[in-house]
Write a protein that binds this ligand. Structure first.
Ligand code: SAH
Length: 259
């Protein structure tokens, strides 16, 4: 599916940017690079900036016109750092990545087109694209380095591709494992903990039973948000026990560590 996606760089002047773009693509699992009339390619500078992604440069296709680069494409997206005079259907990188993945997984060829370092894409080139993609930036400084722009779009394509595969991102994976592990503290364990916490807070003078000020409700809300598991609960209970011991002057030795 990712092999249906081509990255097209138009008239690039700095070979370093071609290398940087190749590296960005390979990091994100994209492999097809098409160069439209590059100023200086092949070049050592491109290989050195590609740093390990020189296979992408070796396989890059060099063509004379944008038209040739887009042959066979069903979806063409043109990236632009600024608003153009003629309004065009516009997407942000995340929306564009969803569209790219939907088309590519349907077997269609898709192109992401990037412009010249100094002048971007011409209006004529942009009008060959069904959609324009703008990376949101600070309004007074909207132009990213070419390879950085390729990185942003390739990253979004990877995220959309992972989501389409049903592969969760790292954070989702973490949440799913901790919730599904069956090791979460149970309601009764939590109640014992809250009881223990309340007694301890009274004992150390932090909670005044005459003026509780919703402290326990707030703490319950805090711990409810954290999906505490059994071993974390044991740590918390241990801390409370030692806090009570310390408050009662019962400092004792455990192992060779002073507690
Ligand atoms: N001075 C040019 C900027 C070119 S930057 C201009 O005003 O258009 C080189 C290329 O990087 C752009 O053609 C585009 O492909 C990409 N790019 C840079 N910043 C971008 C942004 N904010 N959104 C989308 N693409 C961007």
């Amino acid at each position: 599916m990712l092999q249906n996606i081509r990255v097209v760089l138009v008239n690039t002047s700095h070979p370093g940017n071609i290398g940087g773009a190749a590296r960005a693509m390979k990091n994100m699992g994209l492999s097809r690079l098409i160069l439209v009339d590059p100023l200086d390619f092949p070049s050592h500078e491109a290989v050195s900036r590609a740093s390990g992604a020189s296979d992408i440069l070796d396989n890059a296709q060099v063509v004379a016109t944008l038209e040739e680069a887009l042959v066979g494409c069903r979806l063409v997206l043109g990236t632009s750092a600024r608003d153009r005079r003629i309004p065009w259907p516009l997407m942000d990188p995340r929306e564009s990545a969803t569209a790219v993945c939907a088309e590519a997984s349907d077997g269609a060829e898709v192109a992401l087109v990037f412009g010249r370092e100094y002048a971007g894409l011409t209006n004529e080139e942009l009008q060959r694209c069904q959609f324009h993609v703008h990376i949101p930036t600070a309004p007074d400084f909207s132009s990213l380095n070419l390879a950085a722009a390729v990185q942003v779009l390739s990253y979004e394509v990877r995220m959309a591709w992972l989501a389409a595969q049903g592969q969760p991102s790292k954070v989702e994976k973490f949440e799913v494992t901790s919730v599904r592990s069956g090791q979460l503290a149970t309601a009764d364990e939590l109640e014992h903990f809250y009881g223990h916490l309340q007694n301890t807070l009274v004992e150390i003078g932090f909670l005044d039973p005459e003026k509780p000020r919703h402290l326990m409700a707030r703490l319950r809300r805090l711990f409810s948000r954290s999906a505490v598991n059994k071993s974390e609960m044991n740590i918390l209970r241990g801390i409370l026990t030692e806090t009570q011991n310390a408050a009662r002057g019962l400092v004792h030795k455990r192992g060779n560590k002073d507690v």
